[in-house]
Design a protein around this ligand. Structure first.
Ligand code: ADP
Ligand code: MG
Length: 200
C-alpha cells in the first residue's frame, strides 16, 4: 500500500467517525456511559493530526504507530482494544500485503483483541463484527460484500445479551440495542474497503 493511500485511509476513517460520533454516543448512552462517539472521535482526530508522519512509515510501523496513538487517546475500554487491533496488525502484516497476508494478519489481530478483552464472539462487542469480517475475507468475499457483512454483523448484536464491557452490567436489559463498538467497527470496515476500492 503506497504511503499516499494510507493518508487517504486515515482521513476517510476520521471523517466517518466524526460524521457518526453522535450516533455512536447515542448507542453507548442506551446501554453504556455515552462516551463512545467522543472517545473514537478524539482518537481518530489524533491519528489524523499525524497522518502525514504515519503514512511516511512502512505499513507495519505505520499501523503500530496508529495503534499506539489510539491506546493513548481513545480511552475507555475500546481504546486499548482498538489500539491492540492495530498494533497486532502492524506486527503481523507485510510491508506490501497481499490478501492472504492481510487475512492472516487480521486473524492474529483479532486473537490479540480477544485476549486483551478476555472476550469471544457472541458477547455483544466489537468482536462480533471483527470475526465475521475475517470469515468473509477468508471466504473470498468481495469488498462490497465484506462491507455489507460488517453492517449485518453489527445489526446482529441487537438481540444479543452483553457479556463483556459496561453493557454487561445491564444483563437482560442490554438486549434490544446495537453494541456501540460493533457499530464503530462496521463503520471503519466499510470506510476502509470503500476507500481501498476507490483507489487506482
Ligand atoms: P467504555 O465501555 O469504557 O465506556 P467505550 O464506550 O469507548 O468504552 O467502548 C465500549 C465498546 O467497547 C463496547 O461497545 C464494546 O464493543 C467494546 N468492548 C468493551 N469491553 C470489551 C471486551 N472485553 N472485549 C471486546 N470489546 C469490548
Ligand atoms: Mg462508553
Amino acid at each position: 500500500m503506497a504511503a499516499m493511500n494510507l493518508a487517504r485511509l486515515i482521513a476517510a476513517a476520521a471523517d466517518t467517525i466524526a460524521a457518526h460520533a453522535e450516533e455512536l454516543t447515542a448507542l453507548d448512552q442506551a446501554i453504556g456511559d455515552g462516551d463512545h462517539g467522543l472517545n473514537m472521535k478524539r482518537g481518530f482526530e489524533a491519528v489524523r493530526a499525524e497522518a502525514e508522519a504515519f503514512s511516511a512509515k512502512p505499513l507495519p510501523d505505520a499501523l503500530k504507530a496508529i495503534g499506539t496513538k489510539l491506546v493513548m487517546t481513545v480511552g475507555g475500554a475500546s481504546g486499548p482494544l482498538f489500539g491492540t487491533l492495530f498494533l497486532a496488525l502492524g506486527k503481523e502484516i507485510s510491508a506490501v500485503p497481499d490478501r492472504t497476508n492481510l487475512t492472516a494478519a487480521f486473524g492474529k489481530a483479532i486473537e490479540a483483541v480477544a485476549a486483551r478483552g478476555k472476550s469471544q464472539i457472541g458477547q455483544k462487542t466489537m468482536l462480533d463484527v471483527l470475526q465475521p469480517v475475517h470469515d468473509a475475507l477468508t471466504g473470498g468475499k468481495t469488498a462490497p460484500e465484506i462491507a455489507d457483512f460488517a453492517d449485518a454483523a453489527a445489526e446482529a448484536t441487537v438481540p444479543m445479551k452483553a457479556l463483556r464491557g459496561r453493557a454487561s452490567f445491564l444483563g437482560d436489559r442490554s438486549i434490544g440495542h446495537m453494541d456501540a463498538g460493533a457499530r464503530s467497527t462496521a463503520l471503519l470496515v466499510r470506510t476502509i474497503v470503500e476507500t481501498l476500492e476507490g483507489q487506482p
